[in-house]
Design a protein around this ligand. Structure first.
Ligand code: NDP
Ligand code: GDP
Length: 338
């Protein structure tokens, strides 16, 4: 088996590469040219120098780069994980996001068509496509209502995947993944921002965390479970769309309480709206403040997925629960700060 992964240097790219290498795959990892190499995740997972991992130049916004990668690697599976994946940034760079997270998927699908390379295609779709949700929980048949440039860019790539499946008989599958986190999550995402912030407070490197909307709710799973789901999606008998989720939802407030409790601090909230603060019940010290700079122009308030189809068809389910996930992330950040 030969897999080409776009977005190798990201959270999921690194975990998926590790997963596939352990299963005996030859892995080609697509990396775009940036001024400073960004291999810290591959180093943490100790796979950067794996003999079966070959890093190749690939910028998915450039059709010629995609065609060249397909021709050079001739993969049997192509996982399209590269994207501008941060919702908040997508409001500030909508067109770049549309290119990196939307039309780039069409570059890859077209490259498969042009080169004739016989490979299965996986598209990293997202629960952000459900946005202002029209039903709870969300499954494969729930109508979409994206609330950000990231959400509508990904929706384009999602429909592109389905369209190529139907038009050209491609094995092109889409995983609608709900939020998944890990010690390798980008530091700007709320879970990692919190675990990194808690670790810095404990080590005396910071006093307080500044957060936006505390009421948003997410269905958070563990990235390691989800990359296994991606592999199973391409191992299925036929190409299709699958939701991967835990089926549980928690607020940002809940996540904060859980993260502080991992370091034996009981966090309680006082005040309302912009004046709400999170304090250490024992010492009365303010540990969390609201900063409106982290509010978004449009918000996705409640995401909760129904992973029944993935369970029934693929035998997949999320293994790590939220408490274990928070503890794992806190442990890693405490270690990094010591
Ligand atoms: P990350 O932001 O951690 O990684 C994104 C990757 O895309 C990085 O390797 C980045 O490279 C690469 N990339 C960005 N632009 C380009 C480009 N033009 N050409 C080539 N590579 C590029 O995301 P995750 O690993 O968390 O997510 C993986 C995929 O899954 C993404 O598509 C994301 O949108 C989607 N997704 C993620 C969810 C989650 O909760 N994590 C939920 C649902 C979907 P560089 O290192 O150079 O920046
Ligand atoms: P997303 O679900 O892909 O947008 O993942 P994020 O981790 O970036 O955001 C999850 C939720 O946390 C969103 O509803 C944000 O509005 C909310 N949130 C509240 N405060 C913050 C913050 O300081 N940073 C981020 N990234 N999100 C925040």
């Amino acid at each position: 088996m030969k897999a080409l992964i776009t977005g190798l240097t990201g959270q999921d790219g690194a975990y998926l590469a590790k997963n596939l290498l352990e299963k005996g795959y030859k892995v080609f990892g697509g990396v775009r040219r940036i001024s400073t190499p960004n291999f810290w995740r591959l180093e943490e997972l100790k796979i950067l120098n794996h003999p079966n991992l070959k890093i190749i130049d690939l910028d998915i916004t450039d059709l010629s780069s995609c065609i060249r990668a397909l021709n050079d690697c001739k993969p049997t599976e192509l996982y399209n994980l590269a994207a501008q994946s941060f919702v908040a940034a997508s409001f500030k760079q909508p067109l770049q996001t549309i290119e990196a997270s939307g039309t780039s998927a069409i570059n890859l699908l077209e490259s498969i068509r042009i080169t004739g390379v016989n490979c299965k295609f996986y598209q990293a779709s997202t629960s952000e496509m459900f946005g202002s949700v029209v039903e709870v929980p969300q499954n494969e048949d729930t109508p979409f209502y994206p609330r950000s440039p990231y959400g509508f860019a990904k929706l384009m790539a999602h429909w592109g995947t389905i369209n190529y499946r139907e038009s050209y008989d491609f094995f092109a599958s889409s995983g609608i993944l709900f939020n998944h986190e890990s010690p390798l999550r980008g530091i700007e995402f709320i879970t990692r921002k919190i675990t990194d912030g808690v670790a810095k407070i404990i080590k005396g490197k910071n006093d307080c965390l500044e957060i936006g909307n505390l009421d948003a709710k997410r269905d958070w799973g563990d990235a390691e479970d989800y990359v296994e789901g991606m592999r199973l999606i391409l191992s299925a008998e036929k190409s299709d769309t699958f939701v991967l989720a835990t089926g549980e939802t928690h607020s940002i407030r809940d996540f904060l309480v859980k993260a502080f409790s991992c370091v034996d601090i009981k966090l309680v909230f006082e005040g309302t709206d912009l004046n709400e603060i999170g304090i250490d019940k024992k010492t009365n010290k303010t540990l969390v403040k609201i900063n409106p700079k982290f509010y978004r122009p449009a918000e996705v308030d409640l995401l909760i997925g129904d992973p029944s189809k993935a369970k029934n068809v693929l035998g997949w389910k999320a293994i790590t629960n939220i408490d274990k996930l928070v503890q794992k992330m806190i442990n890693a950040d405490l270690k990094r700060q010591s």
